[in-house]
Design a protein around this ligand. Structure first.
Ligand code: F6P
Length: 326
């Protein structure tokens, strides 16, 4: 295989806390291994627009503790077209970039897979998304921080829910996945989580109310994953008003605050390990894989598997939540 001398690094899609720690780890590991590094700004959009600068160790000083991404990020429609990808390839040729490290979620790694196949170009992916919806890794970069943010928000909402004896539906992010809602509910001691993974199988709201979930309580917190499949917090609150009058219902949509903030120690360590592993993978002639960590071991997950949307939720967690909410 052609020797790799220069790598490009970019962040793409929704930002996630820990992306900076990953940029730092990739940059420093690459330089440590004798490679040149080019920082590509604004994801695939910046690649097409040639927003590329040389990166040295100092470019990534003092960023491990910062949320967001110093490289900025974007969702790029142009990269979804063959013409856009050709432009991106031409820019990389001009900069003599031999391989790419892409930090992002499902959409970003889907783009990476198509591009890598089209141009036979080496790409390593790092799972950077708060949603935790990539197969082959126990956790994605940013998920733990977002979970902690959700927990802190729910703790605060609980104070007012208890004082007013209200039922709160709190909507969290996750796109089509319920990891944040389910684990956020356990961590914050919520009564239930309404998640897309089981929304088509059972009417979770009806089940919740019929089971008398407020038998011994005056206030209740239910976490709702944002997916259209769950109906969202607004939809569920409307249903309660119509079908189960008598509850004093309120809604809180946590929104983008879930994506911000300084990464937790867990996310910093995860991102640092994964970033270093991305360079090991390239040196080891690995191509077109996402770095994952399973049972504390680094694993290489082919893009096709990682993005297949088949990461299962752990159903034992649903049972734990049910038991602990009596
Ligand atoms: O994928 C991360 C995520 O925060 C999802 O949880 C959410 O559905 C989406 O991005 C929001 O995207 P945007 O910031 O583009 O509105």
């Amino acid at each position: 295989m052609a020797e790799i001398k220069t790598i490009g690094i970019l962040t793409s899609g929704g930002d996630a806390p820990g992306m900076n720690a990953a940029i730092r780890a990739v940059t420093r590991s690459a330089i440590y291994s004798g490679l040149n590094v080019k920082g590509i700004y604004r994801g695939y959009r910046g690649l097409i627009a040639d927003e590329i600068v040389d990166f040295h160790t100092q470019n990534v000083s003092n960023i491990i503790q910062m949320g967001g991404t110093i490289l900025k990020t974007a969702r790029c429609k142009e990269f979804q077209t063959p013409e856009g990808r050709q432009l991106a390839y031409d820019v990389m040729q001009r900069h003599k970039i031999d391989a790419l490290v892409v930090i992002g979620g499902d959409g970003s790694l889907t783009g990476a897979r198509i591009f890598a196949n089209e141009f036979n170009f080496p790409i390593i992916g790092l799972p950077g998304t708060i949603d935790n919806d990539l197969y082959g890794t126990d956790s994605t970069i940013g998920y733990d921080t977002a979970l902690n943010t959700i927990m802190q928000c729910v703790d605060k909402i609980r104070d007012t829910a208890t004082s007013h004896e209200r039922l709160f539906f709190i909507e969290v992010m996750g796109r089509d996945a319920g990891f944040l809602a389910l684990n956020g509910a356990i961590a914050s001691g919520a009564e239930a989580a309404i998640i897309p993974e089981i929304s088509t199988q059972v009417d979770q709201l009806a089940e919740l109310i019929q089971n008398g979930f407020r038998k011994s309580k005056n206030s209740s917190i239910v976490l709702v994953a944002e997916s259209p499949v769950t109906g969202g917090a607004m939809g569920l609150a409307e249903r309660v008003k119509n079908e189960y009058p008598g509850y004093d219902v309120r809604v809180s949509i946590l929104g983008h605050l879930q994506r911000g903030g300084s990464p937790t120690a867990y996310d910093r360590i995860l991102a640092s390990r994964m970033g270093a592993a991305a360079i090991d993978a390239l040196m080891d002639d690995q191509r077109n894989v996402m770095i994952g960590i399973k049972n504390d071991e680094i694993v290489y997950v082919p893009f096709t598997r990682a993005i297949k949307k088949e990461k299962p939720i752990n159903r034992d967690l649903l049972e734990t939540l049910r038991r602990l909410s009596i």
